[in-house]
Design a protein around this ligand. Structure first.
Ligand code: HEC
Length: 172
């Protein structure tokens, strides 16, 4: 076989597969049906909502003896992702939103777990307090925006951010 004979064959294969793609109907209707099928199937993959066991003696609020106002803010704005006290409202049952929430809880606990505060050493504790001041007061990336949009009670005003992080700074 010479190179010249190979060439047309290659071109034919390419143009056929190109034609196949072209023949698939990416109409609005088909995209809608595909999406609907995906959403229905996604509901068969719920997230695991079992919280890890709670050991009160390791809890941040308890160990640091947080005043009631601080404890309320922590529970309302941080504990759903950074502790074993996660509450799961109705929308945590709707995939694929639920998958995103699950991953936030998993990653949140991995970075900072207020239910395991007692297991951190002094250096870890002080690092986590420093980071918390940064993300809550300076950057304002915590509590996460996607969380406060769905969960209004978790929203913190600037005054609350200041109050909470002033207290964080004293815990180092
Ligand atoms: C909706 C879930 C959610 C809530 C609510 C939330 N966090 Fe987070 N937090 C996360 C996730 C997810 C990460 C990990 C982000 C990453 O790895 O980039 C994180 C990371 C952090 C970190 C580590 C940042 C770093 O760069 O090391 C700190 C500190 C933190 N959060 C503090 C808080 C505090 C304090 C609150 C409450 C005022 C809070 N978070 C509320 C999900 C949350």
């Amino acid at each position: 076989m010479t190179l010249e004979e190979d060439k047309p064959l290659f071109t034919t294969t390419l143009s056929t597969s190109f034609l196949n793609i072209k023949n698939m109907k990416f109409s609005k209707k088909n995209i809608f049906i595909g999406l609907a099928v995906f959403l229905v199937i996604a509901q068969f993959f719920p997230i695991d909502k079992t919280n890890p066991p709670i050991e009160e003696s390791l809890d941040f609020i308890k160990i640091q003896q947080a005043p009631p106002a601080i404890a309320t803010m922590l529970k309302a704005s941080c504990y759903d992702c950074h502790s074993h006290h996660t509450e799961y409202p109705w929308y945590t049952s709707v995939a694929p939103v639920s998958w995103m929430i699950k991953s936030h809880i998993k990653n949140g606990r991995a970075k900072l777990n207020f239910s395991e505060w007692g297991n951190y050493d002094a250096q870890q504790k002080s690092q986590k307090m420093e980071k918390s001041v940064e993300v809550v007061y300076e950057i304002k990336s915590m509590p996460m925006f996607s969380y406060t949009v769905m969960h209004r009670p978790g929203k913190l005003t600037n005054d609350q951010r200041k109050e909470l992080t002033d207290w964080f700074a004293q815990q180092k």
